[in-house]
Ligand binder design. Structure first.
Ligand code: FES
Ligand SMILES: [Fe+2]
Length: 347
């Protein structure tokens, strides 16, 4: 695949959906930086959500310091109120007979709720929010761990989340002695999505309640580029556990991982709350590794030398999916070099 300029990647990501807050954290408005844009996220009195520029267009104050009044967020400086559609609801300094000048608006973006997260997209979205057919008809409930800030780009973070060769090294303390040799991976890419099913060895020796089971566990990975992953863990008769992982780019080299942990009603094992604690430990093992990566993002532009082996098949398929997203969002990359379906079964 030809090198791709960092600028083109960033331009493409402006057309992707990313989580910007957990709904449960919106008792007050919150700010977040998405691809260099400073945003405020808020919940209206009616339960809707708004995502706006965090810069009040009157004199530039941060709206995240303001309060929500009804369906609008009020600027903390002079009290101008802004609705989620960008219109101005009130300018307190105007007399009762004066009208709000036409054309006064704050920049806003769509605000969609899914899995207890508020998602936004900065420019015309390339796709709808990710669809997960594997969860349809499943009775499951979910909760959230703390979002995790990482000093690495979203592609590097997403690669790590579904990389399997690092388990016996990075996750030895939580998962125990797992085999170092990676069997031929069955990887299937279809456009911007990549899937892989893999049995997880259950006898690592730690006795941890989610990583030690009598029944085999089958991990079903499903990535939707640029940075969303659904991991469905099938414990057979023991039910299912689900981990959704979405990394949000603050800029090209730093991100925050939003994650959702769920269990089906027939899951036999620790409570959902305990699963979140155990998963938090796993993420804590990955974070220092991610922060150490150089360059801090996948070198799509050929900025660094890397070597890949068979165990990296899924990573390489994911990179193609990512570049296909970039191509779709920006109108081309020379994608004829990227086959539509990459089959990497058989080593
Ligand atoms: S700066 Fe926001 S109301 Fe004046
Ligand atoms: Fe990991």
């Amino acid at each position: 695949v030809a090198p791709v300029a960092r600028k083109q990647v960033v331009r493409a990501l402006r057309r992707a959906w990313f989580p910007v807050a957990r709904c449960a954290d919106l008792e007050r408005p919150r700010k977040i930086t998405l691809l260099g844009d400073d945003l405020v996220v808020f919940r209206t009195a009616g339960g809707g959500y708004g995502v706006a520029s965090n810069r009040c267009p009157h004199r530039g104050a941060g709206l995240d310091l303001g309060e929500v009044h009804g369906d609008a967020i009020a600027c903390p400086y002079h009290g101008w109120q802004w609705r989620a559609d960008g219109s101005c609801a009130r300018i307190p300094s105007l007399g009762v007979d004066e009208r709000i000048p036409p054309g006064v608006r704050v920049q806003t973006h769509p605000a969609e709720e899914a899995w207890g997260l508020v998602w936004t997209c900065l420019e015309a979205p390339v796709t709808p929010l990710p669809a997960l057919p594997e969860l349809e008809g499943l009775e499951w409930r979910y909760g959230h761990g703390e979002p995790i800030p990482v000093q690495a780009g979203i592609a590097a973070v997403t690669e790590n989340f579904r990389d399997v060769a690092h388990f016996p090294f990075v996750h030895h303390a939580t998962m125990g002695d797992l085999p170092e040799v990676v069997e031929p991976l069955d990887v299937r890419r279809d456009g911007i999505e990549v899937r892989m099913a893999r049995p997880y060895l259950t006898h690592g020796g730690t006795g941890s309640a989610i990583w030690e089971r009598q029944e085999p566990i089958v991990f079903h990975y499903h990535v939707v580029a640029p940075s969303f992953v659904c991991l469905l863990m099938d414990y057979g008769a023991g039910g299912k556990r689900i981990l959704l992982n979405a990394s949000t780019p603050h800029d090209a080299e730093s991100s925050t991982i939003f994650w959702v942990e769920g269990v089906t009603s027939d899951f036999v094992g620790p409570s959902l709350e305990e699963c979140i604690v155990l998963e938090t430990q796993v993420y804590a093992e990955d974070t220092p590794i991610l922060n150490s990566l150089r360059p801090r993002e996948v070198p799509f532009g050929g900025e660094a030398t890397e070597y890949s082996v068979a165990a990296d098949r899924y990573t390489l398929a994911y990179r193609r999916a990512f570049l296909e997203f970039v191509a779709r969002a920006t109108g081309g990359l020379g994608m004829e070099e990227v086959p539509e379906v990459v089959r990497a079964a058989g080593g």
